[in-house]
Write a protein that binds this ligand. Structure first.
Ligand SMILES: Cc1cc2nc3c(=O)[nH]c(=O)nc-3n(C[C@H](O)[C@H](O)[C@H](O)COP(=O)(O)OP(=O)(O)OC[C@H]3O[C@@H](n4cnc5c(N)ncnc54)[C@H](O)[C@@H]3O)c2cc1C
Length: 309
């Protein structure tokens, strides 16, 4: 079972309570995925040293600039994996938890003060009594502050960004900036691969143009190779194609099937461009841009051109 913690954010920074939520999630099962709603991905960098998390995902969207329950629930739902969700029992997060529970058709338990053997205890009747419930399957729970011991700050997590803001120019700039912290993009060995989402083999010319700018190789998914005669098998990346290990792998219009991941997941920095926020590739990308390639590739080409100039 996956557990997911939604970080408690105030004024664009992660609140200490988040560390307690991670600890509460440990009482449910294993290390949780930490989701950070943010309008600026640097907000999420504050969680890079949290201990006890399996993954840190910055869910970047303009909607997180101001609280709107419905918009937040929609934006989070598209990037959160399935599982039991833990949030803070603040007024705003209780509201959000209820929205997400309704959206995912899950039970919600508010104001949890104890978690034991899969049972959640919370006060009822203004604290005059306690109730203990067990949920069938996944649930959304909110946890009261100052109950669970916060996790420490000695960890080292890389922060994955899924950018649904629709502001492609900013997303591309930020992606290059973040990638540059891990590798020298102008010197990196790079593969840019296209999938069936490219729509037509002639559209691979857009990938080739970018490849020319940065000295990259062009790859493809099996669906692209199988669908179009113009895309040769020698370009296929994956289980039945090539295993590649570049510094930078850019997947364009590729869903992220397990057989494709088998050939590229060890790349040092993975960028995904896909119009579907639910595409599995985003769970493996260091930086995901939720947009069409038609919008993104011209901006990416211009950004690389100015970087290489
Ligand atoms: C035994 C076996 C071995 C296999 N080996 C391999 C292998 O080696 N390599 C491999 O790749 N696959 C392999 N596969 C196939 C694999 O399971 C997938 O079917 C394949 O990877 C899907 O390719 P895709 O992501 O390009 O296509 P799809 O799954 O069709 O995904 C297309 C994606 O493009 C996105 N998209 C659509 N339009 C746009 C747009 N305008 N802008 C941005 N995004 C857009 C969609 O949202 C979608 O996510 C294998 C399968 C089997 C059974």
């Amino acid at each position: 079972m996956t557990t997911i913690v939604i970080a408690e954010i105030n004024n664009g920074s992660i609140q200490e309570t988040t560390k307690e939520l991670i600890s509460a999630a440990h009482s449910i099962e294993g290390n949780p995925v930490l989701i950070i709603p943010c309008s600026n991905a640097s907000t999420a960098d504050g969680a890079s040293n949290f201990e006890g998390v399996s993954q840190v995902i910055a869910a970047k969207s303009d909607v997180f600039g101001t609280y709107d329950a419905s918009a937040w629930a929609d934006a989070l739902d598209s990037v959160m994996p399935q599982g039991t969700i833990v949030a803070a029992a603040s007024q705003q997060s209780k509201d959000l938890a209820a929205r997400i529970a309704a959206k995912r058709n899950l039970s919600v338990v508010q104001d949890v003060v104890s978690i034991e053997n899969g049972e959640f205890t919370s006060p009822i009747y203004s604290g005059k009594a306690m109730q203990t419930v067990r949920c069938n399957g996944d649930a959304v729970i909110t946890v009261r502050a100052n109950i669970f011991n916060p996790v420490s700050s000695g960890g080292s997590n890389s922060v994955q960004v899924v950018d649904t803001s629709g502001n492609v120019a900013t997303a591309v700039r930020e992606m290059i900036e973040r990638a540059s912290k891990r590798l020298d993009v102008s010197e990196a060995n790079i593969i840019i691969s296209g999938g069936r989402g490219m729509g037509d083999p002639s559209n691979f010319s857009h990938l080739e143009q970018i490849a020319d700018v940065i000295g990259a190789a062009v790859g493809a998914s099996r669906a692209a190779v199988d669908t179009w005669d113009e895309i040769p098998h020698s370009m296929q990346v994956g289980q039945t194609g090539k295993t590649v290990n570049p510094n930078l792998y850019i997947a364009v219009g590729i869903s992220g099937a397990i057989q494709h991941l088998a050939g590229m997941r060890s790349s040092k920095y993975i960028v995904a461009i896909n119009k579907d926020a639910d595409a599995p590739i985003f769970q493996h990308a260091d930086y995901g841009i939720v947009a069409t390639w038609e919008e993104t590739l011209p901006v990416l080409k211009a950004a690389f051109q100015s970087m290489m100039a």
